[in-house]
Design a protein around this ligand. Structure first.
Ligand code: PMP
Length: 364
């Protein structure tokens, strides 16, 4: 008999791979476009690709258990000491580690409505209770989250800025006030998976944030702007004692050697990141305008995706898939009328809008 809390975990619905969709609908994989997983349409830095090629020669060796070079490269990038950095198998691993270290069946965690689905899965995976606080005007209601955190069972809060799937951000001063007001025993896990897509002056100043609160874990990833999603590498930034605890729970060698090498190289290629940020912003603006021109409501997004109210998301996603465009329905977030569309290359975005127009004209 399975444990009831395991049965309660909502299954994660990933964006479907191009090959699977091409097979199902009899399409040429080369003609299928995937705008469903907030990946980097430019690929990754050529420097990271080269590091990966070199690393493959040592496939027979275990990775560096300490991720020495990667921790130091991240530390220099972030502006912290290397013992404040814990690499993981994507930020997904850090999300789980935080839940396993801080929660159990007697505890609860606060998350906002429309939060990244893995938070609820992580909370439930250890038998804890997710307390979901309704958003206000699409944004996390930080006052209501503070009130919810006064429940003595609450020991953890997950919060993302920018948020997936809405793309909304939490202004820096509001976030700092929230961090300061949250009870000291509550771990604040701040998810910055999409941080790099924000303008510099809107990125959270984490040194200031840590000055206000020590019981804080910031998560970032190489899956998005760095274009290394296949390698599964992300990291947590936090107090060394907290990270040492998380590390005890980590699978040994969870970050592969090619992932470590490519991530180090990716951090060294700021020109690639700058280009990706710039092109994302240009295309995201163009997509928002195209939705607007079709009379489709969108939420102002700070990420590399746009949430759009197309009506019946599941039916639209299926019809688009048959035409070779993979996007993400978000009914699992309680948004059955919306689609989340990742920002692709200009011709990919054009194809999406062409197919969306077709689908809308064909629908009853
Ligand atoms: N946080 C958020 C908000 C995300 O959208 C994602 C990926 N979709 C992740 C974390 C996990 O990313 P990864 O495990 O690839 O680092």
């Amino acid at each position: 008999f399975p444990l009831p809390h395991v049965v309660s975990i909502p299954p994660y619905p990933p964006g479907r791979p191009i090959d699977a969709v091409a097979r199902e609908f009899g399409l040429d994989p080369a003609a299928v476009v995937k705008l469903a997983s907030n990946e980097n349409p430019l690929g990754c830095s050529p420097k990271a690709a080269e590091a990966l090629r070199v690393a493959v020669a040592e496939t027979h060796l275990y990775p560096d258990f300490d991720c020495h070079a990667l921790r130091h490269a991240i530390a220099a990038h972030v502006g912290v000491a290397a013992d404040h950095v814990l690499p993981g198998a994507g930020s997904s691993e850090i999300i789980l580690l935080a839940a396993r270290a801080w929660l159990d069946a007697a505890r609860a965690a606060v998350i906002p409505q429309y939060a990244f689905q893995s938070y609820e899965g992580a909370i439930r995976s250890v038998g804890a209770e997710p307390i979901v606080v309704p958003v206000r005007d699409w944004k996390p209601d930080l006052d209501a989250m503070l009130a919810a955190a006064t429940d003595k069972r609450v020991h953890l809060v997950y919060l993302a800025t920018p948020n997936n799937p809405t793309g909304t951000i939490i202004p820096r001063d509001e976030l700092e006030r929230f961090a300061e007001a949250l009870p000291a025993h509550v771990l604040l896990v701040l998810d910055e998976a999409y941080r790099e897509f924000l303008p510099d002056d809107e990125q959270v100043d984490i040194a200031r944030l840590f000055a206000r609160r020590r019981n804080l874990l910031v998560m970032r990833t190489f899956s998005k702007v760095y274009g290394l999603a296949a390698l599964r590498v992300g990291y947590g930034i936090g107090d060394p004692e907290l990270l040492a605890l998380l590390r005890r729970l980590q699978l040994p060698f969870s970050v592969s050697a090619p992932a470590q090498a490519a991530a180090v190289a990716a951090l060294g290629d700021t020109a690639f990141v700058d280009t990706a940020r710039r092109e994302n912003e240009t295309e995201r603006t163009r997509m928002a305008a195209a939705f607007d021109a079709m009379g489709i409501e969108t939420i102002a997004s700070a990420g590399n995706f746009v949430l759009a109210r197309t009506g019946d998301g599941a039916a639209n996603a299926r019809a688009l898939m048959q035409k070779g465009v993979i996007v993400r329905p978000v009914a699992n977030y309680g948004l059955p009328d919306w689609l989340r569309v990742s920002v692709g290359l200009p011709h990919e975005n054009d194809l999406f809008f062409e197919k969306l127009r077709e689908v809308r004209s064909e629908m009853p």
